[in-house]
Write a protein that binds this ligand. Sequence first.
Ligand SMILES: [Zn+2]
Length: 266
Amino acid sequence: MKIYINPGHGGSDSGAAAFGRTEKADNLRYASAVADKLKAAGHTVELERNADYLIPVKDIAKNANLWGADLFIAFHRNAGGGEGVECLIVSTASETSRNMAQAIQNALLGVGFRDRGVKVQDRNTYVLSHTTMPATTIECGFIDNENDNALFDAKFNEIVQGITDAILSIAGGSAPSTPAPQPTAPAQDVPTLTRNLRNGSRGEDVRQAQARLNRHKANAGKEDGVFGSNTEAAVRRFQRARKNEGRDIGKVDGVIGSKTWAILWE
Ligand SMILES: [Zn+2]
């Protein structure tokens, strides 16, 4: 099956924050661990972001639909003074969405979280109402609740395994206890950049940059060699994420100069 994994928030959108932690970081951490296990179980997995990017919810839903995902799971943490876990579905959700949400909910109760139930919610659930495949959003405990955070950290491996098994109960297959070894990427010959690439640029170098941006999950869209607004937004997203990691990329300006180009080829 093709399984779409959406770690909520990212980039300038931290999501909820409390006790010095941010939802975007927690979401990426548990979503990517589940994605790895689903891959190891033999499924085709698309991890929407693998770094600190902000991808607009409209693009997330569109990407999942265009890719032809069979299942869609959004990973979030809750906030606002409560305690426990809930899985969200929209009122138009399919039977499979309900079953998947309930299976994940049960797995998290098994880890020790309080049960807030599977909730039907049509507000603030854009990705659920705009994707065309079975979908749910996990709210894995409250980031502003110390008990939930303690569970999230201490039981992290069980949480990841439980969510994975719940998804596999719908998708089929089983996760091996040790992840399969990942093939190492072949060394890249970095092509020479002969000019700065910016909005309006066209050519093979632009197409290569778009392919690298997509490989880095910066969401450049079509690899057509035409540097338009989608490509520019992707460059900014890529630059901002690297900058947040402490890399020297110069300015976050949406222009590909030698520094951005070099890091794109990593
Ligand atoms: Zn969230």
